[in-house]
Design a protein around this ligand. Sequence first.
Ligand SMILES: NC(=O)c1ccc[n+]([C@@H]2O[C@H](COP(=O)([O-])OP(=O)(O)OC[C@H]3O[C@@H](n4cnc5c(N)ncnc54)[C@H](O)[C@@H]3O)[C@@H](O)[C@H]2O)c1
Ligand SMILES: [Zn+2]
Ligand SMILES: [Zn+2]
Length: 393
Amino acid sequence: MRAVTWHGRRDVRVEEVPDPRIQKPNDAIIKVTSSGLCGSDLHLYETLKPFMGVGDVLGHEPMGIVEEVGPEAGDLDVGDRVVLPFQICCGHCWMCQQGLHTQCETTQVRDQGMGAALFGFSKLYGEVPGGQAEYLRVPEAQFMPIKVPEGPADERFLFLSDVLPTAWQSVAYADVPKEGTLLVLGLGPIGDMATRIALRQGCRVLAVDLVPERLARAKAVGAETIDLWAVDDVAEEVRSRTNGRGADSVVDAVGMEAHGSPVAALGQRVFGVLPRRLSSAMMARVGLDRMTAIYTAIDAVRRGGTISLIGVYGGQSDPMPMLTLFDKQIQLRMGQANVKRWVDDLMPLLLDDSDPLGTETFATHRLPLDQAPTAYQNFQQKQDGTVKVVFKP
Ligand SMILES: NC(=O)c1ccc[n+]([C@@H]2O[C@H](COP(=O)([O-])OP(=O)(O)OC[C@H]3O[C@@H](n4cnc5c(N)ncnc54)[C@H](O)[C@@H]3O)[C@@H](O)[C@H]2O)c1
Ligand SMILES: [Zn+2]
Ligand SMILES: [Zn+2]
């Protein structure tokens, strides 16, 4: 089959790889019909080189049609139309039963000290072949697949794999008080969708980015936007719009590759030229992120407010302003989204033919797999109006 594979920093290729096969009785194989490109893929593309293997198949936002099922795949049938969560989880362990599917005790990558395995996401998360491919092996198929009805276009449901539950969790964890103000940092797919969800829940949303078309998308759905380049100090701007106090809650949908301080980028470049074993260990031990977004969040949240980190951070020794965090009495919540936990909240909005979250028009680009190298580049460089790419293998 054809698949998008990793070859090095900013080097992805579309290659022939072996077809996936059923390996365990509770596996299934799906024929992928749509597969998203995510901001998280950009970390693999740019930063996480020490944890990648040449030829790793990328992608963790797939949906498709069930092609084959193992004998223990539960009620899954050949021909079912399904979306797959980005994390691999069993549904029956203690963590899954708490709704903490990203911590699944059946699939935790213990040799790396990490949580649940993820599709297409480096050795840190189990090096499981991903979904930017013609076919995908689905482990834990008795639980994983989210069945969706025939009829609407793939895009109506595709974002259940990641964007929708991630954005939903980011807003839930932000714990915005009734009619409160939420500051959303970063208007990529995650921040954009978090904005839509928060507005729907009755929040006032202030939304920050530096890419004109991303700001325009947020404004079009009702957010008050702030252009990072147009203000001297985002936190000061937020206070000026919130009676001097700051936002009740902040969603940081930027993460470790923020525009701003180049310190961590430098660190990663230095680690990048070290021998592989040493560099993984060093990055893990003394890793630093570009901290601009989280520092902005800490500054811009009001006293007693809540910060929800949904953008990914990967460092181990990032300096945190503990005095400010403690004195302002800030609550901080974070983590990968527990996809299955939020499906029941989201499904009614997706089955509503008025499409209240605008899922069917959310993607800016629908492309054949062969165009993945250009799509990754354009998405990273924010060229060609690229906000959300959906591959059609
Ligand atoms: N926690 C999870 O489960 C989960 C799931 C999916 C994605 N993510 C993470 O969410 C983050 C966003 O993903 P995305 O797909 O929207 O990607 P993205 O890279 O398109 O979005 C990031 C946005 O932040 C903007 N930005 C950069 N620096 C900024 C700054 N200092 N202030 C404000 N905005 C700034 C960029 O212009 C961009 O629009 C990534 O870190 C991704 O890994 C987390
Ligand atoms: Zn994703
Ligand atoms: Zn589990």
